[in-house]
Design a binder for this molecule. Structure first.
Ligand code: FAD
Ligand code: 2HG
Ligand code: ZN
Length: 504
């Protein structure tokens, strides 16, 4: 029996984890297969003897079959997708993962790898009755070389825990995102997560030094090196970075951690129009140069609804746009002077209307918290259609305006915010509830517009379950064919995360 359900959204920062906001609707999401009209593929069906086998490897406790205990693992973070899995497996070692996959492959049982379940494209939850392979218990830190910055850990380590650990040793994780309190490093690697400081520290294809993965047939692939340079043949680790659990399961990660910056400063600015944001970004690159670590923007709707819905406070007044500029450097006086000068020059030229600069940790947290909470704040109001696209910077905000115009006769709010430095904008369309009509107003329209600009229909969140049928807007037929060939060669029975990433 399923217990009465109360769904909550969490602001995933540890600091704010207590700020739980009751989800606007307590109704269970519809099954993904019905909502999106998907047919089950001819995989094996879980039998009592399979459960017995899993219990023989993991013990009773790590094989979850109670319907209400399995339920949260079937529903994604934005409460859009819902699978029908009957079992969650919680391995503790690579050997256990290998045995599980070898068995499932033999029986043609489909598997959905799951990390912190914070993914935003429905990749982390099953569609039908796929077995959930959850990494919560593979959470050990294996080693840290404080000289080179090479951290080796299991894939289920929570990003924020890793960051806390390396910070105590004067290092930081090379990525940071609003979901850090829940997402796993294995999930980050599998989605090639971007986040708030990609501008400074680069993407995971650069930071991940090596990894261990298990193939669909249970073979353990040991690419767990900590070397910066290793040109011995094909760079196999990259196959698993961003393949969203469809080519193999990541069990261990070696990642390069940069030095903890001695000085961090943050500016939060009010700006009159989008043109001035671009102007400011150009100035930031020249004036702040090597210390620039983040350049983020959010429009008025994003910030004002977040502040209102989550009862936060905005340190500056109401402006059409907001820009958040962060510096990571080694000299506090010099860096904050540089940022303050950037602010006063911006104000003198009229590019910035108002702003604040701070190096105080508590004040910086308050500002970052507003930015990081935008992703979840809309869920309080209703249903959130989420888009995550890369487009040329001069067109960065056009799509928001096009959508506002397209939806002007509907009850819909369109918010735009994102990582300006990476050319990546997030567009949230908030409606009272999900309807097929609104869905067809938005898709494929948005992807067509992105394709016209030669952009990417998924800049950082991946393809998951929600976008395989649209991947052709960003990848040509020959690229898609090679992806399908790779999938066939690495997972011939297609048991790993079916219905995700590749179109049929
Ligand atoms: P899950 O959601 O559990 O899984 C994501 C995908 O990876 C699924 O396809 C799953 O099958 C696969 N997977 C998970 N673990 C493994 C494994 N060990 N082996 C193989 N496959 C695996 N994303 C960004 O890129 N940038 C952001 O700034 C950002 N901010 C976010 C803020 C919030 C508030 C939220 C809720 C999400 C945000 N995301 C962001 C999206 C999400 O957090 C990232 O995609 C994250 O990397 C997912 O990690 P996870 O452990 O939760 O993975
Ligand atoms: C962010 O940058 C995340 O905050 C989430 O990538 C974006 O809500 C979203 O779609
Ligand atoms: Zn983002």
């Amino acid at each position: 029996m399923i217990r009465p359900l109360s769904l909550f959204i969490f602001n995933l920062n540890k600091q704010n984890v207590k700020t739980q906001v009751k989800f606007a609707s307590t109704v269970l999401p519809q099954f993904s297969s019905e909502k999106y009209g998907v047919k089950r593929k001819s995989f094996g069906v879980l039998q009592p003897r399979d459960i017995d086998y899993f219990k023989s490897i993991l013990g009773e406790d790590r094989v979850v079959t109670d319907e209400s205990d399995v339920l949260p693992f079937n529903i994604d973070w934005i409460k859009n997708c819902r699978g029908q899995s009957k079992v969650v497996l919680k391995p503790k070692t690579t050997e256990e993962v290998s045995k599980i996959l070898s068995y499932c492959n033999g029986k043609r049982l489909a598997v959905c790898p799951q990390g912190g379940n914070t993914g935003l494209v429905g990749g982390s939850v099953p569609v039908f009755d796929e077995i959930v392979l959850n990494f919560n218990l593979m959470n050990k830190i294996i080693s840290l070389d404080e000289i080179s910055g090479a951290l080796v850990c299991e894939s289920g380590c929570v990003l924020e825990n890793l960051d806390d650990y390396v910070r105590e040793r004067n290092l930081i994780m090379p990525l940071d995102l609003g979901a850090k309190g829940s997402c796993h490093i294995g999930g980050n690697v599998s989605t090639n997560a971007g986040g708030l400081r990609l501008l400074r520290y680069g993407n995971l294809h650069g930071s991940v030094l090596g990894l261990e993965a298990v193939k669909a047939d249970g073979t353990v692939l040991d690419c767990l090196r900590t070397l910066k340079k290793d040109n011995t043949g094909y760079h196999l680790k990259h196959l698993f970075i961003g393949s969203e659990g469809t080519l193999g399961v990541v069990t261990k990660v070696a990642i390069h951690c940069p030095a903890l910056p001695k000085a961090v400063s943050l500016g939060f600015f009010g700006v009159e129009n989008f043109e001035n944001i671009l102007n400011l970004y150009k100035r930031a690159k020249t004036s702040l140069g090597e210390i620039l670590s983040a350049f983020e923007m959010a429009d008025n709707g994003s910030v004002s609804s977040t502040v209102k819905n989550l009862k936060l406070s905005n340190p500056i007044s109401d402006y059409p746009f907001y820009v958040l500029v962060e510096t990571h450097g080694s000299d506090e006086t010099h860096d904050s002077e540089k940022l303050s000068r950037f602010l006063s020059e911006g104000m003198e030229s009229g590019v910035i209307v108002d702003g604040t600069v701070t190096s105080e940790p508590a004040k910086m947290k308050t500002i970052w918290n507003i930015r990081e909470s935008i992703a979840g704040a809309g869920l309080v109001e209703g249903y959130s259609f989420k888009y995550d696209v890369s487009i040329p910077l001069r067109n960065y905000y056009d799509l928001v305006e096009l959508l506002r115009d397209r939806l002007k006769d509907h009850q819909a709010k369109v918010y735009g915010y994102g990582h300006v430095g990476d050319g990546n904008i997030h567009i949230n369309v908030i409606v009272p509830e999900y309807t097929k009509n609104m869905y067809s107003m938005l898709e494929p329209y948005i992807f067509e517009e992105v394709a016209k600009l030669k952009g990417s229909i998924s800049a950082e969140h991946g393809v998951g379950f929600r976008k395989p049928q649209f991947i052709h807007y960003s990848k040509d037929e020959s690229a898609l064919q090679l992806m399908k060939d790779l999938k066939k060669s690495m997972d011939p029975n297609g048991i790993l995360n079916p219905y995700k990433v590749l179109p049929d």
